[in-house]
Design a protein around this ligand. Structure first.
Ligand SMILES: O=C(O)CCC(=O)C(=O)O
Ligand SMILES: [Fe+2]
Length: 278
């Protein structure tokens, strides 16, 4: 089963349509080498200081380094890439829904690592059984090195996003083989997992997920990113982090202020919770 692939200049609506149809899609070389180089260099000391995972799922020879907005100023180029946000907007922003950053992490799968258990990322919500036609999450993994089947390219099973349970095996999955700077996107319901790394090198990817505004973030952005760093980010990124309403009346601060006012006092205008006309 092949994963749909698009060149970097294809419009977000086309990519989103393929993502919604097949549950996964690759956009080739969306990040320039220079962006990958900077993110890699900025994260190197943090990744070196990150312990390996404590169980099979997180990977006993895998390092997961989070808080990318705090640790890599350049990572915002991936986290808020206009094409990716355009796709997320099509998938999660339907009917005017708000969406937010869910998690950011570099995943470095070390040599001789077994494949990660197959899973669906929206299981993070306590395995809640969302309606199968409701997409609550979009996940992305940017390749910081060439992703190959041998070095642990993310394995995805296309067409599994409208099902439940886990009656699938690794034999059903396809490695998201792609060049450095490419990104694989999949839905919260799509069955996938990190691949086995049978090489002597480390497979590094940048995992950035997005979720609906009325669900809780997997990585707490307010606590992961120091306030002074958050305050210096562009307003759309601050809103994406959660300094925004999450839905009609969710997330206000003290006297019903817009959360963005915490970082930008000039935005402290009164909020309106007038019930919309039906
Ligand atoms: O590292 C990968 O390729 C996938 C990781 C993953 O799916 C996860 O940790 O949820
Ligand atoms: Fe996952």
């Amino acid at each position: 089963m092949t994963i749909p692939r698009f060149a970097a200049d294809i419009d977000a609506a086309t990519i989103a349509a393929a993502l919604l149809e097949r549950g996964c899609v690759i956009v080739e070389r969306l990040a320039a080498a220079d962006l990958c180089d900077r993110v890699e260099a900025e994260l190197a000391p943090w990744m070196a200081a990150t312990p390996t995972g404590g169980d099979e799922f997180t990977g006993r020879n895998t390092r997961r380094t989070g808080a990318l907005l705090a640790r890599s100023p350049s990572a915002v180029g991936m986290i808020a890439h206009p094409t990716v946000l355009g796709v997320v907007d099509e998938v999660l922003g339907r009917n005017g829904s708000k969406y937010q950053l869910h998690l950011t992490q570099a995943i470095a799968i070390g040599p001789d690592s077994p494949a990660q258990q197959l899973h669906r990322d929206h299981w993070c919500f306590n395995f809640h059984r969302f309606p199968v036609d409701l997409d609550v999450e979009v996940s992305t993994i940017w390749a910081l090195c060439d992703f190959t089947e041998a070095n642990g390219a993310t394995r995805v099973i296309p067409d599994t996003h409208r099902s439940e349970g886990l009656e699938y095996s690794h034999a059903d999955s396809t490695p998201a083989e792609m060049e450095r700077g490419s990104v694989v996107l999949y839905l919260g319901g799509t069955v996938h997992g990190g691949g086995a790394n049978t090489t002597g090198s480390v497979r590094t990817g940048i995992n950035v997920d997005y979720t609906l505004g009325w669900l809780r973030q997997e990585e707490n952005q307010y606590l992961s990113v120091p306030r002074e760093i958050a305050a210096a980010l562009p307003e759309p990124v601050q809103r994406l982090m959660g300094y925004d309403y999450g839905a009609y009346a969710l997330g206000y601060v003290d006297d019903a202020r817009d959360p963005i006012a915490v970082l930008r006092p000039d935005r402290a205008g009164p909020s309106s919770f007038a019930v919309p006309a039906s």
